[in-house]
Design a protein around this ligand. Structure first.
Ligand code: PTJ
Length: 264
């Protein structure tokens, strides 16, 4: 692969693309994962490729929900494994969550490759590989219906980065508390989740790790209050307003009705 010059104005973005392209060559990411990444990049442009205050509030509420969970699980697909493998492992260790491979374009080979990749980055037990502990969630049409009876099947809180909408809706119907990371605030996943973090996974997961470290000592009633007072619909609306305001500012306009929102 071509070298990326550190002085290139888009060096970081190119580095991330390279990571995901290499992971596709390894069989971890599917070709559809590259187009999904491109859609994410477009939304990342709209927020200025920085974590907004709006997203930070969602990350804090997510950290509180993960700390309060009795059985938290982090669902890992090809893109997430390619982009933040060691960060997901660290996150799982800090909040005691299990890591489970769960794929839309499922194959046993990809399950194995992703589990190995996570192990190479420090992961211990990785759920969701093979059929031994597999159950099928009847509510889901796609291959994502496969869940591990030790993981997603019995989880109370599930983190689903870069998800497609069907499963989030189904998990909600099953009474699970769902946290999504999705740069697109209009996606079905973003709308259906209990908490949606509108941020790039490459920034959101490391920040969640930092916030979790700080929050670990907080009393349960404080954590509960943080989760209860979080309003996902309002938070998504704030993200949309942030994007709209930014576009208008870039176009040289600052309309009154958008002023007074959160600065990123
Ligand atoms: O590995 P598999 O087989 O499970 O497949 C993974 C993909 C991503 C192909 C699959 O889940 C899929 O098709 O997802 P969607 O429906 O395209 O949704 C992915 C969402 O993630 C979109 O709304 C994107 O905007 C968003 N997204 C893409 N890259 C990032 C992102 N959100 C946060 N950070 C990113 N880096």
């Amino acid at each position: 692969m071509e070298e990326i010059f550190p002085g290139h104005p888009r060096a970081e973005s190119l580095r991330i693309r390279k990571r995901i392209a290499e992971a596709m060559e390894m069989g971890i990411v599917v070709p559809e994962g590259l187009t999904a990444h491109g859609r994410g990049e477009a939304f990342d442009y709209l927020i200025g490729e920085k974590t907004t205050e709006v997203a930070k509030r969602a990350i804090e509420a997510s950290a509180a929900a993960l700390l309060m969970a009795s059985h938290p699980v982090i669902s890992v697909n090809g893109n997430a494994a390619a982009l933040v493998p060691s960060e997901l492992v660290e996150l799982s260790k800090i909040c005691g969550a299990k890591l489970e491979v769960n794929l839309f374009h499922r194959s046993f080979r990809r399950e194995l490759l992703i589990a190995e990749h996570l192990k190479k980055h420090g992961g211990g037990e990785i759920l969701g590989v093979g059929e031994e502990n597999a159950v099928r969630l009847p509510e889901i049409q796609s291959e994502r219906r496969k869940a591990d009876r030790r993981g997603i099947y019995k989880a109370d809180v599930i983190l689903v980065p870069l998800e497609d909408g069907d499963r989030t809706e189904a998990l909600k119907r099953m009474g699970k508390f769902v946290i999504a990371i999705d740069l697109n605030p209009l996606s079905r996943t973003a709308r259906a989740a209990d908490i949606t973090i509108v941020d790039n996974i490459v920034r959101a997961v490391p920040l969640m790790v930092e916030i979790l470290k700080e929050m670990k000592s907080k009393p349960t009633d404080v954590l509960r209050k943080m989760v209860k007072s979080f309003d996902n619909e309002a938070n998504l609306a704030e993200s949309l307003k942030f994007m709209s305001r930014r576009l208008l500012e870039l176009a040289g306009e600052t309309p009154n009705y958008l002023s007074g929102g959160t600065k990123g």
